[in-house]
Design a protein. Structure first.
Length: 252
């Protein structure tokens, strides 16, 4: 057994399951265990902004920043989507001609599983990097992007935007980070309204152009994602200082 896992397994309260598979001629074991971790009150806030290109941009209370790019995964996802589109056209043509479609269906299924595994692996690696960067007894502050049905119906999204959002793993990253931060801190969500549009220095609306943010009022300039992460962190700090414990959109 690797030394890195001996301490964790020794502290396990329960072994939930053990799965052994053969991969590349080797036996690979997966062990699911239950471990007790101390409850952390959460003191040091760190704002986390999730995006498509810059998957994670985080800023803590000391101004330390973390950039995790998601560009490579995004490029591979677009490439896979174009391949799937071509295969779907081929599939429809074969169906119309009454030909066998099993080979095309197998390729489509394989591409779908490959994309799913790639996304899941990326989210695990990115969330683990975030937890390693976060300070002890931290509060990871995410944007609460669970919109209500009324808000969804108020503005119809374009087909291209729906396609981009369907493959954006922001929710998965937050889910993985939430359970991985146990024992080191906590994770909360805040109302995301205008966090990417207002200046983190003066609080007035500014101008955002891709990765650049400029405030015409105070002259502040910064990376747009860093500006948003600071706004996310500051909004939680204000809510905490005002005594509001719940940071859902309804409560705030």
């Amino acid at each position: 057994m690797p030394l890195a896992f001996q301490e964790t397994l020794a502290s396990a309260k329960e072994i939930n399951s053990v799965v052994v598979t053969v991969r590349g001629g080797r036996l690979i074991g997966y062990v699911a265990i239950t471990v007790e971790v101390p409850d952390m009150p959460g003191i040091v806030p760190a704002g986390v902004d999730l995006n498509e290109t810059n998957a994670i941009v985080a800023v803590d209370a000391d101004g330390r920043t973390l950039f995790i790019t998601g560009l490579h995964r995004k490029v591979l996802t677009i490439r896979t989507r174009k391949t799937v589109s071509r295969l779907q056209v081929k599939l429809e043509a074969k169906k119309a001609e009454g030909k066998n479609t099993r080979s095309v269906v197998r390729v489509l299924k394989r591409l779908s599983l490959k994309r799913s595994r790639r996304t899941r692996d990326f989210c695990h690696c990115a969330s683990r990097h975030l937890i390693e960067w976060a300070p002890q007894n931290c509060v990871l502050v995410f944007e609460d992007l669970s919109f209500s049905n009324k808000r969804k119906k108020s503005k119809k999204r374009s087909k291209s935007l729906n396609r981009r959002l369907s493959v954006w793993p922001g929710g998965m990253i937050r889910t993985f980070a939430t359970y991985k931060v146990a024992g080191k801190g906590i994770a909360v969500g805040i109302d995301p309204a205008y966090t990417s549009q207002i200046c983190s220095r003066c609080g007035l609306p500014g101008n955002r152009s891709r990765h650049s943010f400029t405030c015409p009022h105070c002259g502040h300039t910064d990376h747009s994602d860093i500006n948003a992460a600071i706004n996310i962190r500051n909004r939680f700090t204000v809510l905490r200082d005002s005594g509001v414990l719940s940071t859902t959109p309804e409560a705030s």
